[in-house]
Design a protein around this ligand. Structure first.
Ligand code: PMT
Length: 223
């Protein structure tokens, strides 16, 4: 319907798991497949939005017909997102971004020496928080992958990172979170928990999420 349309809206979505390299052949990453982010991208395209996806490590190939920029690390994702953020209407951060990266990256393959090896890690930049500080009119949606006290941590993220919505998944639940075709999410806004959806296909989560975003964006524009 007309009210569900995102025609003319620019939407930026991040997806996949970042890769933080230790040496030329080894890296730290996580189980994100990119499915959640690409499902949101498909749903946004179906509503007529102009969609850009920044994708780190994903399973398989990106769906055809969308503008996809490939990155590896949290730092590269940050740069690609920042280069586009100011022009966007909606930004949705479904990517699983590393919180830490190796403090040093070896130029050649690390050799085995001692029985134990300690790898020092340093913090990456929090992309979502950076966007929250920089945002003007953008509608900013963060994800939260939690295993306990979902509401508490989700609301905390929403406030600290200045998000309009946070989509929280309890990644310890069967059928939720990383890699599968389904997710179980709760949606938080500044007023608290807005909704809790049952286990749904990621495509259905994406569709409901975009309906909610569209409705809230209209409300924001009308104010
Ligand atoms: O890709 P799939 O296999 O389909 O799996 C989907 C998913 C489980 C990855 C997805 O639903 C999800 O929860 N994504 C967020 C995972 C995550 O990193 O959560 P977090 O609670 O650690 O981070 C919170 C938010 O901050 C996220 O929006 C994340 O993109 C962002 N972040 C985190 C760290 C960092 N350095 N920069 C960030 O922007």
């Amino acid at each position: 319907s007309q009210s569900e349309s995102l025609k003319g809206k620019k939407v930026l979505i991040t997806t996949g798991g970042t890769i933080e390299r230790l040496d030329p052949v080894r890296y730290l990453t996580n189980d994100s497949s990119g499915k959640m982010g690409f499902a949101i991208a498909e749903a946004a395209l179906n509503r007529g939005a102009e969609v850009t996806v920044i994708a780190a490590r994903i399973q398989g190939n990106p769906p055809a017909g969308m503008n996809v920029i490939r990155v590896e690390s949290a730092e590269q994702m940050l740069q690609e997102v920042l280069a586009r953020f100011d022009n966007m209407d909606i930004v949705i951060k479904a990517a699983a971004v590393a919180d830490y990266r190796p403090a040093a990256r070896a130029g050649s393959k690390m050799k085995k020496t001692d029985e134990r090896l300690v790898i020092e890690l340093e913090r990456t930049t929090d992309i979502l928080q950076t966007l929250g500080e920089r945002k003007t009119a953008q509608f900013l949606v963060g994800f939260a992958a939690e295993t306990e006290q979902v509401e508490h941590y989700a609301m905390n993220k929403l406030k600290r990172k200045n998000c309009d919505l946070v989509v929280a998944n309890d990644v310890s639940q069967e059928g939720a979170g990383f890699n599968g075709n389904t997710n179980i999410v709760q949606i938080f806004g500044e007023e608290g928990r807005i909704d809790a959806w049952p286990m749904l296909l990621k495509s259905e989560v994406a569709d409901r999420l975009l309906s909610l975003i569209t409705e809230r964006l209209r409300g924001k524009e009308a104010r």
